[in-house]
Design a protein around this ligand. Structure first.
Ligand code: FAD
Ligand code: NAP
Length: 510
């Protein structure tokens, strides 16, 4: 790894020398203030010239980018193209050029360690140095561990660790922009740390027997646009660790998600509440030593022992309610996981689930699913078709669309049930439609009482063509469908007949 000697910086007489009144700065040209820089980074302009790709940079390549109009600098293992930033640098272009084509970490640390460069320069990120810095003595090294790099797909992430007196941070470099907190799962059991980072359809596993004890609580931070995940562990004793620990099974492996097994953690039943005559809202509490967030449209598996046999069934987490602030007090995020589950008296799994007492434990798996949130980006009309508990994946899709999709004009839910008594969260749906004018819901019953004056029947061309009215003639549309398999299959067939493409439809199936 290249290093610019720290004592050489700042140079005598440099603008970067810290004066007693503080660091002197060079006057910047008009239109080159911090706000101007922030505006530029948010403009969507490709500041690296790599069209959003992250690459591995060798020392040789880094050295070649050493001119003002082509200037790459490495800071703490990450390489930035700082040419677009030159004129905005408060310390001046010459100071920045001192680290051109080199590792500027020492310079940076001496002058402005406290500056949040990861955020300031995130749009300038080119990638990570291909060669890791020398491995500190005793630290887990790559040679000790299994390395199962995929032949195709995303490039393999890597990790590093560093410590302060009281904490140990494991930094995972995913080499992928736009990862989020639900891309990471962490379980800490005693001294065994297991983290999975989900990158496209792959999973990167860090599995370590830690060398020293840590506290149960830890924090997970994601620097989204840089693709970095920090897992911050709190030491039990404020002593310096010589190594992170020993590699455990499949540590440092990066394999297609379909080839990884499910991992389970024991969660406690906190509450159980009737929602309809046969459907309940179950609230489970994750262990304090787990970080798990299920991505929108994904599900988990619940595992119970039924007469000595382990039975596993899939369920889709929902939010605690459709209306934020509806339920008080609002529990802290990431600790609780909610499920709407219909109990079938003659079913195998759900009667056992229903017999669980508050305080009992049940195993919850890692998330699975193939729903892509990107499908909702820029959508204008979202149509949701649900039958029975097929409503469950719609809950988070609906919440996400209404809160995060700025292009959204309309969301419509057509909800099929046997009778009025079977409609899950009817009151919440009606309140939400009242509260948010973009949302509308229609109930269709297959076995209504004589008093019902709403829509009746099964999913059909007539019902769909009336329901699927766009807000604009050529609006960008997306449709989700979920329910009994035969319902979903029939619905998708009818949507194709109505000229919707596969790209516009997501069918939730087993
Ligand atoms: P089962 O034993 O499967 O029986 C269910 C019903 O089918 C009973 O009435 C039973 O008599 C009948 N039955 C069983 N076998 C037959 C047969 N051979 N012929 C005819 N009838 C039969 N459910 C939810 O409530 N909430 C959710 O969030 C949820 N999410 C899901 C997510 C996914 C991805 C999938 C695939 C399913 C989801 N489900 C959800 C359904 C759930 O996984 C179970 O299938 C459901 O809870 C039934 O489980 P059970 O073992 O109690 O019933
Ligand atoms: P249900 O009450 O039995 O049925 C709901 C509605 O769907 C009823 O009006 C029913 O009409 C209708 N329906 C059933 N079969 C149909 C078909 N072949 N064509 C058209 N309409 C049909 O449903 P449920 O017991 O809640 O079951 C929900 C299903 O959704 C389960 O199979 C579950 O596995 C599935 N699910 C899947 C996911 C996922 O992500 N993949 C998530 C949650 C739930 P009738 O009165 O004629 O029966």
């Amino acid at each position: 790894m290249l290093n610019v000697p720290s004592q050489a910086f700042p140079a005598p007489g440099s603008q970067q020398r810290v004066a007693s009144q503080g660091r002197s700065k060079v006057p910047l040209k008009q239109g080159r203030s911090l706000m101007d820089w922030i505006r530029l980074t948010k403009s969507g302009k490709d500041l690296t010239g790599l069209k959003g790709r992250l690459i591995e940079v060798t020392e040789e390549e880094l050295k070649t980018h050493n001119k003002k109009d082509d200037c790459w600098i490495c800071i703490r293992g990450l390489v930035y193209n700082v040419s677009p930033y030159m004129e905005y640098h408060p310390g001046g272009e010459d100071e920045l050029m001192r680290a051109a084509g080199a590792d500027g970490t020492d310079l940076f640390n001496e002058v402005h360690r406290w500056v949040n460069y990861e955020s300031m320069l995130k749009e300038c990120l080119v990638g990570r140095m291909a060669v890791k810095p020398a491995v500190p003595k005793g630290m887990l090294s790559k040679s000790q561990v299994t390395d199962t790099l995929p032949r195709e797909g995303p490039s393999s992430p890597s990790y590093d660790w560093f410590q302060t007196e009281s904490s140990v941070t494991i930094a995972i470099y995913t080499k992928q922009k736009n990862i989020s907190l639900d891309s990471v799962m962490v379980d800490l059991q005693g001294d065994s740390l297991r983290t999975e980072t989900f990158i496209q359809d792959h999973s990167y596993l860090i599995h370590i027997g830690l060398s020293h004890e840590v506290q149960e609580n830890f924090s997970v931070r994601v620097i989204e646009n840089v693709g970095k995940v920090d897992i911050v562990l709190q030491k039990r004793e404020n002593i310096s660790w010589k190594c992170l620990g020993q590699p455990l099974e499949k540590h440092d492996s990066f394999i297609p998600k379909k080839d990884t097994g499910l991992s389970y953690r024991r969660c406690q039943l906190i509450s159980k509440e009737d929602v309809t005559h046969d459907t309940r809202l179950f609230c489970l509490m994750l262990p304090p030593s787990t970080h798990l967030q299920v991505p929108v449209g994904h599900h988990v598996y619940l595992k119970l022992s039924v007469t000595g046999a382990e039975i596993v069934k899939p369920y889709t987490p929902v939010s605690a309610s459709l209306l934020s602030g509806f339920r008080e007090p609002v529990p802290p995020p990431n600790k609780y996981i909610y499920f709407l589950i219909k109990i079938y008296p003659d079913g195998l799994f759900t009667p056992e689930l229903d017999h669980l007492q508050i305080g009992d434990f049940i195993s919850v798996s890692s998330p699975e699913g193939n729903f892509k949130l990107s499908k909702l980006q820029e959508v204008e009309d979202l149509f949701l078709l649900a039958a029975g508990t097929g409503f469950t994946p719609m809950v988070n899709v609906l919440n996400y669309a209404l809160t995060c999709v700025s292009s959204l004009r309309k969301v419509k839910l057509m909800f099929f049930n046997k009778t009025e008594d079977d409609i899950i969260w009817r009151c919440e749906l009606e309140k939400l439609a009242f509260k948010d004018k973009r949302f509308d819901t229609e109930f269709v019953l297959s076995a209504p009482s004589p008093e019902w004056n709403g829509k009746q029947g099964h999913v059909s061309p007539a019902l769909l063509s009336e329901f699927l009215q766009r807000s604009l003639e050529n609006s960008r549309v997306f449709l989700c469908i979920c329910g009994p398999t035969a319902f979903t299959d029939e619905g998708i067939r009818l949507l194709h007949d109505l000229n919707f493409s596969n790209d516009e439809i997501h069918g939730f199936t087993a």
